[in-house]
Design a protein around this ligand. Structure first.
Ligand SMILES: Cc1cc2nc3c(=O)[nH]c(=O)nc-3n(C[C@H](O)[C@H](O)[C@H](O)COP(=O)(O)OP(=O)(O)OC[C@H]3O[C@@H](n4cnc5c(N)ncnc54)[C@H](O)[C@@H]3O)c2cc1C
Length: 263
């Protein structure tokens, strides 16, 4: 998406996919967009990435359709086209190039929040499976939870959930204490908790067994939600590990800053 400067205006053209809730709940457009765009396609992001505020009722914005994610059904995932969308030049936040820092900082706090979301999904899966295992005997003499293989599985799941809970808490606290400058723990919370979340949902499904594979089953729905966490908000394989790589290889990197930094 490119914003071209014309006199006192930015003229924006391009497509945006995965613009969560960008269509508004009625599908007619949200009130205000923060459009991440390039101001000069010949320059790199450091010189040209910008965030421009665009009121939702500006002519030229079209909701072209909606993507259909397998999970995360409580949010809307529209495709939006910008055709000669004109806004005042003052609608840019900062200057071209400042978008890099703003996007990075924004995606650091969403990273910590994804850690918290993962803990919520894992907790729901754990509690469902535990309740089931305490009630079900599967025609045997004991509730399923009494068998050691199941009990050990629950113990492992609970350890993973608590580890993620404390990592996410600490990541959020560090983000607040440092005004967002400390991002290592936040990104780690996103990567680690999202991958553990998929494991824990699968652990819960293994305990409950084949019934859990039905698409209407609560565990299958939690699993479908969990699969998104490693993939979105910057995929773990590329974007998020690249961020951690950059933090760790920096000449002034101090391994203890993540744990102890203060503003
Ligand atoms: C439900 C949902 C909601 C979303 N909401 C939003 C939203 O509100 N706003 C928003 O902006 N996005 C949103 N997204 C999009 C999403 O966050 C990103 O597009 C996605 O995280 C990009 O991940 P990726 O790294 O897999 O990128 P892709 O570009 O899809 O990459 C595909 C593969 O290629 C690799 N790759 C990509 N580029 C390179 C490269 N330069 N060098 C080497 N390897 C590369 C990646 O590592 C990956 O393995 C949403 C997605 C979903 C599913």
């Amino acid at each position: 998406t490119i914003a071209r400067r014309e006199g006192d205006e930015w003229v924006i053209n391009g497509h945006k996919h995965y613009t969560t809730n960008g269509s508004g709940w009625e599908g007619t457009g949200c009130h205000l967009f923060a459009v991440v765009c390039r101001t000069d396609p010949t320059k790199g992001a450091q010189d040209s990435l910008a965030i421009i505020m665009v009121p939702g009722n500006t002519p030229g914005i079209n909701v072209e359709g909606f993507l259909e994610p397998a999970g995360h059904r409580a949010s809307i995932t529209p495709r939006i086209k910008f055709s000669n969308v004109r806004v005042p030049a003052a609608n840019i936040l900062g200057k071209p190039g400042d978008g890099v820092r703003m996007v990075q900082q924004n995606f650091a706090w969403t990273a910590a929040l994804i850690g918290a979301s993962c803990v919520g999904v894992m907790r729901a899966a754990f509690e469902y499976a535990l309740d089931w295992a305490k009630r079900e005997t599967k025609s045997g003499p004991h509730p399923i939870v009494d068998y050691s293989v199941i009990g050990y599985e629950f113990a492992d799941m609970k350890m993973k959930i608590e580890a993620c809970r404390y990592l996410s808490w600490k990541a959020c606290q560090q983000f607040d204490l440092t005004g967002g400058s400390e991002q290592e723990l936040a990104v780690m919370a996103k990567v680690y908790c999202s991958e553990v979340c998929v494991d824990v949902c699968y652990d819960a499904m293994k305990i409950v067994g084949v019934d859990s594979y039905m698409s209407s089953h609560p565990l299958m729905q939690l699993m479908t939600d969990s699969l998104c966490f490693p993939l979105y908000d910057g995929g773990n394989l590329g974007a998020r590990r690249r961020q951690l790589h950059n933090i760790i290889k920096a000449a002034d990197y101090d391994p203890l800053t993540a744990a102890y930094a203060q503003a």
